[in-house]
Design a protein around this ligand. Structure first.
Ligand SMILES: *Cc1c(COP(=O)(O)O)cnc(C)c1O
Length: 380
């Protein structure tokens, strides 16, 4: 069996160990230290727009603290894009709040502005105004932030942007992760950059950043003894992990360029196969980091056949995220929209997209695709 080709695997730039070594040399082996501060500064510099960044132990922790800072409490309702990874929705339930799931639209596969407004109006009519909206930039594709923010502003509901997959993406020249009242980033092992595990909450004020760090470090009041007036969390990023992050920030733009290159090559390949749609930017307003390249096939059966063919060659592919309103654990919560997300899930497949794919691995991928689509190509 040939070596495994992963969908997306960690890709070190080379300087990560230097920062980790510095942490050891200075004995900053703790959830604070110069790498944490340095990594936060790198992210602030990259994102621009006067944001403030608090480095945390995961993207999920960032979403959890974001909801707390927005005042979400037990019994509240929070609107969440249905087509996403479960970590977008889980923190709503941690707080005893109710997720209200909303369908996607076809241009970006992200939250549909029309269904979003329907959901808000109906929840208000039923007696509860949602406390927050969580749009997601799926696979790095920016959501339609102009329309989403216009609706959010009209109903005065804050936006918590799930930018876990979209570091390096932008919409109308503005970086993803800087649109919402707050935004969550993730540095898990398979994301565009990794700290092995980690995340960050992006805010617009130093007061909110300070409050995030206060909650993330057990909510300790200013006193010589340990005194607490609020419930705290142990959510800060370690100085070791942040060292990896500092090295990764040096190669972020390069890695985005590589993922975009693979996306372009997939687009070139599928030009001759009219039955397959490669997920790409709908207009020049959108720039995706193309964290993962996804395609839409004709049917569930064809998608499964291609997935199994890749699997037989030891190549990992993955169906799109199964929408949250179709997940057993979330099935009882309200859902607004039609069947866009469900249809995408049926027919969609994510293809290997790592910035560290080798030319030889690329050849193996193309061989599988050529073989699978041979007949269609001959008929074209
Ligand atoms: C990865 C991911 C998260 C969670 O981030 P972790 O760092 O793994 O906790 C949240 N939302 C989306 C859309 C993700 O892809």
């Amino acid at each position: 069996m040939e070596e495994k080709i992963w969908l997306s695997s960690p890709h070190m730039g080379g300087t990560e160990q230097k920062y980790v070594q510095e942490a050891f040399d200075s004995n900053w082996v703790a959830p604070l230290g110069p790498n944490v501060t340095g990594f936060e500064n790198d992210l602030v510099h990259f994102l621009g727009n006067n944001v403030q960044v608090a480095a945390l132990s995961s993207g999920t922790a960032a979403l959890h603290l974001g909801l707390i800072l927005l005042g979400v409490k037990a019994g509240d309702e929070v609107i969440c894009q249905s087509m996403t990874f479960s970590a977008s929705a889980n923190p709503i339930v941690y707080l005893g709040a109710t997720p209200i799931f909303v369908d996607s639209e076809l241009d970006t596969w992200n939250i549909c502005p029309i269904a979003l407004e329907e959901a808000i109006q109906d929840r208000i009519a039923k007696g509860k105004k949602p406390k927050a909206i969580i749009p997601v930039h799926l696979y790095g594709m920016p959501a339609k932030m102009d329309e989403i923010l216009a609706i959010a502003n009209r109903y005065e509901i804050p936006v918590l942007e799930d930018s876990a997959e979209a570091l390096g993406s932008s919409y109308k020249g503005q970086k993803c992760g800087t649109f919402g009242t707050m935004a969550a980033l993730s540095f898990n092992g398979n994301k565009i950059i990794t700290t092995s595990g980690g995340g960050a909450l992006v805010t617009k004020s130093s007061a909110l950043k300070d409050k995030t760090i206060f909650l993330a470090t057990q909510a300790r009041d200013a006193a010589p003894h340990y005194q607490h007036s609020e419930i705290g969390y142990n959510y800060r990023l370690s100085n070791i992990a942040a060292g990896i992050g500092r090295g990764q920030m040096e190669v972020l733009e390069h890695h985005v360029a590589l993922r975009r290159k693979w996306n372009q090559r997939y687009q070139d390949f599928f030009k001759a196969i009219s039955s397959v749609i490669v997920f790409k930017e709908p207009t020049a307003d959108f720039i995706s980091n193309h964290w993962l390249t996804a395609i839409l096939l004709n049917s569930f059966e064809e998608r499964e056949a291609l997935r199994l063919k890749f699997e037989s060659q030891n190549i990992e592919t993955r169906p799109l995220w199964k929408p949250m309103h179709l997940q057993p654990v979330f099935a009882s919560y309200p859902y607004y929209g039609r069947s866009v997300a469900a249809d995408l899930f049926e027919k969609g497949l994510c293809l290997p997209s790592g910035s560290n794919l080798s030319d030889n691995q690329w050849k193996r991928i193309i061989l599988v695709l050529e073989d699978f689509f041979k007949k269609q190509k001959e008929n074209a």
